[in-house]
Design a protein around this ligand. Structure first.
Ligand code: SAM
Ligand code: SF4
Ligand code: SF4
Length: 367
């Protein structure tokens, strides 16, 4: 089966870009969208391919050998990514997360990290540069990534039970390989590590307590994520969502926890700490407690499209501007103009009206 939600590219329709002709006439500098949200984070998806087939993200029946991934020639080169990233930084981005698909499948990814590590935020400080991975290739990649300037890493792990984990990744990857990746990342200085666990009712909810127990006291932070209706492939149903409030009370009953303030405005995870000093956990309640009002994330796809929401059905093609010889000022103006027009708040509106929308796949745009 060959089916991918091909983003409906606005070919040649990037907003007017000439200096002086964008929405406010200002192609450079900090920008805010229609809900006054600044652009603070950039997620860069470096590939739409993955060696896992997580049933909630890339179900094997859809992402099979005939699936049409982004052709190699359409992928942004590292130089193109770095060039665009610099323009985003000029508009206020201070945090960059590399994602995918599986970002460590992209050959020589540490070289891209090295280029991005050179960038400086508006206040002159280095960027908060991080990466989300399934951990399967982290054991050998952690050290070169850290040497290239990566600051931290987030590792996804949905279960400690081997049968449940393999049932979810559907590619025979073992828990042990991910745990070895986590150890290597810690040895390389990429800690503290955030561990992402997508919770699905009836699938891995019995792994919540084992995961909390295992990482408690380790310095790592498990983040329990509500299962989301991203893309159109995973057959999402509301009954499969286990609300974060239930996760919190489940953990609190055995290991008492208390809420902690956000680290920074716009942080998506609600933080909780063990009352006995055993560290902290996070919950990400994208479904039951939408956080669109503070969403400051722009997303760049592997083929150079800018998306302003995880649930968007279309992006705006920046690669064509780059390859078509547009000046940096023009591309910068296009980015600013797109952000100024942004009004996305999908999670707040989620319901019957949004259910049938075409949405970009998570493996294409990244988490
Ligand atoms: N392959 C890498 C990984 O799994 O860490 C990076 C990309 S993955 C799309 C980024 C994050 O999105 C992962 O933590 C993954 O568990 C999460 N994710 C994927 N599909 C999801 C869904 N339907 N609901 C909630 N989180 C999801
Ligand atoms: Fe791959 Fe990550 Fe999606 Fe799993 S969640 S299929 S590891 S991209
Ligand atoms: Fe941001 Fe869109 Fe998610 Fe709302 S639904 S938090 S706007 S990515």
């Amino acid at each position: 089966m060959s089916r991918r939600i091909i983003p409906l590219v606005r070919h040649g329709a990037a907003p007017s870009t000439a200096p002086g002709s964008s929405a406010s006439g200002q192609p450079l500098g900090l920008v805010r969208d229609t809900l006054l949200r600044p652009m603070h984070d950039l997620r860069i998806s470096v590939t739409d391919r993955c060696n896992f087939r997580c049933t909630y993200c890339m179900p094997r029946a859809v992402f099979d050998k005939d699936y049409s991934y982004v052709p190699h020639g359409d992928l942004l080169s590292f130089e193109e990514i770095a060039q665009l990233a610099r323009l985003f930084v000029a508009h206020g981005v201070a945090k960059i997360r590399l994602t995918g698909g599986e970002p460590l499948l992209r050959r020589d990814i540490h070289e891209l990290v090295g280029m991005l590590a050179q960038l400086r935020a508006a206040d002159g400080t280095p960027l908060d540069l991080t990466l989300t991975t399934n951990g399967s290739l982290l054991e050998r990649m952690a050290s070169p990534l850290a040497a290239a300037g990566l600051k931290r890493v987030t590792v996804s792990l949905d279960a400690l039970d081997e049968t449940i984990f393999q049932g979810m990744n559907d590619a025979e990857f073992r828990v042990e390989s991910v745990l070895r990746g986590i150890d290597a990342a810690l040895d390389a200085g990429l800690g503290p590590i955030k561990i992402n666990m997508v919770v699905q009712r009836g699938i891995n909810e019995n792994q919540i307590l084992p995961m909390a127990r295992y990482f408690r006291g380790s310095g790592q932070i498990v983040r329990f994520i509500e299962y989301m209706d991203v893309g159109t492939s995973n057959g999402w149903r509301m009954e499969q969502v286990l609300p974060s409030a239930e996760v919190v009370s489940m953990i609190d009953r055995e290991m008492p926890i208390e809420p902690v303030d956000h680290n920074y405005p716009g942080e998506v995870a609600q933080r909780w700490r063990y009352r006995d000093g055993g560290g902290e956990i996070g919950v990400i309640s994208s479904v039951t407690r939408a956080f669109c009002q503070s969403c400051t994330r722009a997303r760049l796809s592997p083929d150079g499209q800018l998306y302003t929401c995880l649930f968007a059905s279309q992006g705006t093609q920046l690669r064509e501007l780059l390859r078509g010889g547009a000046s940096e000022l023009e591309i910068s103006g296009a980015i600013a103009s797109i952000w100024r027009q942004r009004s996305d708040r999908y999670s707040e509106l989620r319901g019957a009206a949004t259910a049938s929308r075409d949405k970009v796949e998570m493996s294409y745009i990244g988490g």
